[in-house]
Design a protein around this ligand. Structure first.
Ligand code: NGQ
Ligand code: ZN
Length: 458
């Protein structure tokens, strides 16, 4: 049993003072506002808010951040970036994946994310042959979570084809490819890795790469299994116009439309990106209860397009955020980038949320609540029974002087960023102190070694 006493905290969706928080294992067991700090509790200054779930990450891509910002001979695009990404991942070893992921996860925690949905698809060795343990790489992801204490929802990804209509995979995709049979074993082993990784709150779900990589019969079979296991289901959808065109040429339907009509998506689903939607698709997606998994920094970096957050929100749609390519890791900046994309498109201010309310708070609440839904975790709100996922903002920072409550959230999101994150608990584990992950130095050395090796190889 741990006892923490917070000067000010956002509990059960309201700001309260002098909150005594009791944690048993990974969960919150009691929250008492207006309480004195008992002698056996740690007194924490600052503003405590629930940690945000990062609903979409490809951790390995952290090590190529900054290496794809040179224009090629032709038009640079998502697709030319993807070619570089394939070249980059071709030689990654299991040790490399573990070192990169562990450092990225430490950074996620320092950035205010307390859990991650790891959309994991680099399964096989560089020739495309399975490792002796078919979930070797998944095991390296669970090890990274253990090294850092980050809450993990591991989403092993099924990937079988190179394009809509069952096109054969390209050579660059050979490390991803499974059949339904081989994937069943990989899933089972992944579950074991999650169960045995030493984090009581690690769990798994299912990722289907995209309608380009998964055929309808495969999607139906795996979605059935996920439903029986109560797993969340994630799929990339409609990130690029070319992908929409390919889907229409194949099926007569746009990707989100196809998923609504043919996959009967519901609240267990997370459609990652969902950038290119008609009004009818946006309404249908909102009605389904599925989460739109937005990755605003990566979507900006890759030139994907602008998500229709205003109309989607008006239809009651649910949005969460993910760090995807990890080109820049910051919960605050993901939310800021999302809001700014809407302002730039509409030539207006304060687009997400409602009149008279803090925009930062609206962004934060949406991402906290729907992020938790998307990756199947009891988090996103500080109340009894939830994970003890807590982020404390540094009220001693000059940017936060005189800023209380929602104004502090607005300041974190629009003015500051990671430098305002001071203390972080994930599942009751106190892993960031004074703005730094407790294992940062130990994890930085192997990460830097991989960075040097890979930069030389590209
Ligand atoms: C991925 N990343 O799987 O890493 C994808 C690109 C694809 C993003 N969607 C590859 N941002 O979609 O084929
Ligand atoms: Zn992705």
């Amino acid at each position: 049993m741990q006892k923490l006493h917070f000067k000010r905290a956002l509990i059960d969706d309201a700001w309260r003072s002098d909150v005594l928080v009791e944690v048993d294992g990974t969960r919150l067991t009691r929250l008492t506002p207006d309480a004195k700090c008992p002698t056996d509790a740690d007194a924490i200054a600052g503003l405590a808010v629930p940690g945000i779930a990062n609903l979409h990450s490809h951790a390995f891509q952290r090590a190529m951040a900054g290496l794809t910002e040179i224009r090629g001979a032709g038009e640079d695009s998502f697709w030319s970036w993807r070619d570089v990404m394939y070249k980059f991942l071709a030689a990654l070893s299991p040790n490399d994946i573990e070192s990169i992921s562990a450092f990225a996860y430490a950074e996620l925690l320092e950035a205010g994310f307390t859990s991650v949905g790891e959309f994991h698809y680099v399964h096989h060795d560089p020739t495309g042959a399975p490792y002796a343990d078919s979930a070797e790489m998944a095991g390296r992801i669970t090890a990274a979570a253990r090294h850092t204490g980050l809450g993990l929802s591991l989403l092993p990804c099924f990937y079988a084809h190179g394009g809509c209509g069952g096109r054969p995979p390209a050579p660059g995709q050979r490390r991803f490819i499974s059949s339904l049979d081989s994937f069943a074993r990989l899933l089972e082993r992944s579950e074991q890795h999650a169960a045995q990784c030493g984090l009581a709150d690690a769990r798994i779900g299912l990722a289907l790469h995209s309608l380009r990589a998964v055929a309808p019969d495969e999607l139906a079979a795996l979605a059935d299994q996920a439903a029986q296991c109560h797993w969340p289901i994630h799929i990339h959808a409609a990130e690029q116009q070319k992908e929409v065109d390919e889907c229409v040429a194949w099926s007569g339907k746009r990707p989100v439309e196809w998923l609504i009509d043919e996959a009967h998506i519901d609240a267990r689903w997370c459609l990652v990106h969902a950038t290119h939607m008609s009004d009818a698709e946006a309404t249908g997606l909102a009605r389904s209860g599925a989460v739109a998994g937005l990755c605003p920094i990566t979507e900006s970096n890759l030139g994907d397009g602008i998500f229709p957050a205003v109309s989607f929100g008006a239809a009651g749609g649910r949005i969460g955020v993910g760090s995807d390519s990890n080109v820049r890791i910051s919960a605050a900046e993901e939310l800021r980038t999302l809001e700014y994309s809407q302002r730039l498109r509409d030539q207006r201010r304060n687009r997400i949320g409602s009149a008279g309310r803090s925009t930062g708070r609206a962004l934060f609440d949406a991402a906290a609540r729907s992020g938790a839904q998307a990756i199947g975790r009891d988090c996103g709100s500080l109340k009894v029974g939830m994970q003890a996922d807590i982020v404390v903002l540094d009220s001693d920072h000059p940017s936060l002087a005189g800023r209380a409550d929602d104004a502090a959230l607005d300041t974190w999101i629009f003015v500051g960023g990671n430098e305002l994150v001071r203390e972080v608990w994930s599942g009751g584990r106190h892993v960031v102190t004074d703005g730094r992950h407790i294992a940062r130095d130990r994890l930085a050395t192997p990460f830097a070694a991989v960075m040097r090796k890979l930069a030389a190889a590209l």
